[in-house]
Design a protein around this ligand. Structure first.
Ligand SMILES: [Mg+2]
Length: 105
């Protein structure tokens, strides 16, 4: 799926979530949730690397899935922030040097 379509779909799902739970999905919410998810991602990494309390340890594959889920949340909220701030993330990534738009490395 094209990047912009992924972004639109993520935002559409977030708006649906907001309506379901009566949450105002605005710029403040998007920013605060991004920080929350970065924290959850960090926690999942600590658990995955067994740098947390032992009772939180999970089997390797399970903890890696948790890391992936939390990283997906970070990306999802980054996409929501981009949408609400009217930022073309593909353009921003290219301008920041994350990739070349012509497909070359
Ligand atoms: Mg999460």
């Amino acid at each position: 799926m094209e990047f912009k379509k992924v972004q639109k779909e993520c935002v559409r799902n977030m708006i649906r979530y907001g309506k379901e739970f009566d949450i105002c999905i605005d710029k403040d919410y998007a920013l605060l949730k991004l920080y929350e998810e970065v924290g959850e991602f960090t926690q999942s990494i600590l658990i995955h690397r067994k740098k947390s309390r032992p009772e939180k340890f999970l089997p390797e594959e399970e903890s890696k899935k948790e890391v992936a889920k939390e990283l997906a949340d970070v990306v999802g909220f980054a996409l929501l922030n981009a949408e609400l701030l009217d930022i073309d993330l593909v353009k921003a990534l290219e301008e920041k040097g994350w990739f070349n738009g012509d497909g070359s490395l």
